[in-house]
Design a protein around this ligand. Structure first.
Ligand code: PLP
Length: 411
């Protein structure tokens, strides 16, 4: 598809409008016409209250308001302030203390961490492996920097983690590339809500270790954007120790984001956190990622870094933030369960759901069904394999109403 007049295509497929933001815009226009209550806008991945307002952690807002002028005005170091680097490891890892060498690079959201990791740990033209159900911007990021995305089938026929598909794709790519990036969005995967179990991690690591032992350089890129909405802090970080004792030929990078966890979507802050057995590889991670940052967005927003550092320097404030977030995590859990129950009652098959902002419905004609639903004032995002329901954006009542309507639209 070459639809550009003056700009250069550079092998990218560039739609007229981002699909998710496009559907959200239509939903907002409909809500203006008919009122918020009449419309189900389960499109955009932001946590909203039952009235459709963005959930904002007031404890974080207070921390933002108490910043000094210099915190807004001054540049931050390219890799992030030292206080931020320390605080973000605490935020991402909580009670887990890695034995590995770690290094942190501040990035504009989790997105920046994904971009920097892919650009530095794959070659131009390489293929990155991820799940068939995945967040569409993975394709955008890959295309933008001359990489491709290949997928394995996340669930088998019985709805179980499809390790055979993972293993086959890992090995096939290792035949044609010197290095491999395996991109896994867990816990609370977007768009299915899946959280990889400890057993699923073991099987994945087994497969990856085989190709690493055969001489390939492997990067496991964990997109942890929803880690703080998966379960309690310890539960959702159970997998981390498994990534702490890997051979030198496997680098782990955790892409962590302040967008959802601290309701700082607009501040554009996150980090890439590397874990490796080798000090030299950790040092190199810092050097190459700082170079990439300098050549793309330069440095990141200092106010967001200072807020995070201040929250982690003050146990009382941290406890407030955690308590506040827990209330919303519980709200999210109730919405997810309400959707699951209603789907079961209606006889609508859904993709196995564990936690998080999204749930999905398998559907071979997702584009058509999504358009039909819009006529009923329901706005869901069509993916290649089905429809995504953002339970984070709608009330429990609306979660309950969706399955029956989807079944009708499918028929
Ligand atoms: N990864 C996934 C799967 C996401 O859904 C998002 C945000 O929607 C991100 C990463 C990163 O978001 P941000 O760049 O705002 O941190």
């Amino acid at each position: 598809m070459n639809n550009l007049i003056f700009a250069e295509q550079n092998a990218r497929i560039i739609p007229l409008e981002d699909k998710i933001f496009g559907i959200s815009r239509l939903a907002k226009e409909r809500a203006k016409e008919k009122g918020h209550e009449a419309v189900i806008n389960a499109s955009l991945g932001s946590l909203l209250d039952d009235d459709g307002h963005l959930v904002i952690l007031s404890s974080v807002v207070n921390a933002v308001k108490s910043l000094a002028a210099v915190d807004y005005a001054d540049y931050a170091p390219i890799g992030g302030t030292p206080e931020f680097k320390k605080a973000i490891q605490s935020a991402a890892f909580r009670a887990f203390h890695p034995n590995s060498h770690t290094e942190v690079i501040a990035t504009p959201g989790g997105t920046g961490a994904l971009r920097n990791t892919i650009s530095n740990y794959s070659k131009l033209g390489d293929t990155v492996l991820t799940t068939d159900w995945h967040w569409a911007p993975y394709n955008t990021i890959a295309q933008e920097i001359g990489r491709k995305i290949e997928t394995f089938t996340l669930f088998d026929e019985a709805g179980k983690f499809n390790v055979a598909s993972l293993d086959q794709k890992v090995k096939a790519l290792a035949q044609t590339q010197e290095r491999l990036i395996l991109l896994l969005n867990t816990p609370a995967h977007n768009p299915t809500g899946h959280t990889m179990t400890p057993e699923e991690w073991d099987l994945t690591l087994h497969s990856v270790k085989e190709v690493a032992a055969a001489g390939k350089k492997v990067t496991i890129l964990v997109d942890a954007a929803y880690i703080d909405f998966a379960g309690d802090a310890a539960e959702s970080r159970q997998f981390l120790p498994k990534l702490d004792d890997l051979p030198e030929s496997i680098l782990v990078v955790v892409a962590y984001s302040l967008s959802k966890t601290f309701t700082l979507y607009g501040m554009r802050c996150g980090a890439a956190i590397a874990m490796t057995k080798s000090k030299a590889i950790a040092d190199e991670f810092k050097r190459v990622c700082e170079f990439s940052s300098r050549g793309s967005w330069s440095n990141c927003t200092r106010p967001a870094m200072t807020v995070l550092a201040n929250v982690y320097a003050d146990p009382v404030l941290l406890a407030q933030v955690d308590r506040e977030r827990e209330v919303y995590r519980n709200m999210l859990r109730s919405r997810g369960r309400a959707f699951e129950d209603a789907a079961r009652q209606a006889g609508l098959p859904i993709v196995p759901y564990d936690a998080g902002f999204f749930a999905s419905i398998p559907c071979a004609t997702a584009d058509v069904v999504s358009e039909k639903l819009q006529k009923d004032d329901i706005f869901l995002v069509p993916f290649a394999k089905g429809l995504r329901v953002t339970v984070a954006a709608i009330s429990e009542e609306k979660c309950k109403a969706i399955p029956e309507k989807v079944l009708q639209a499918m028929q």
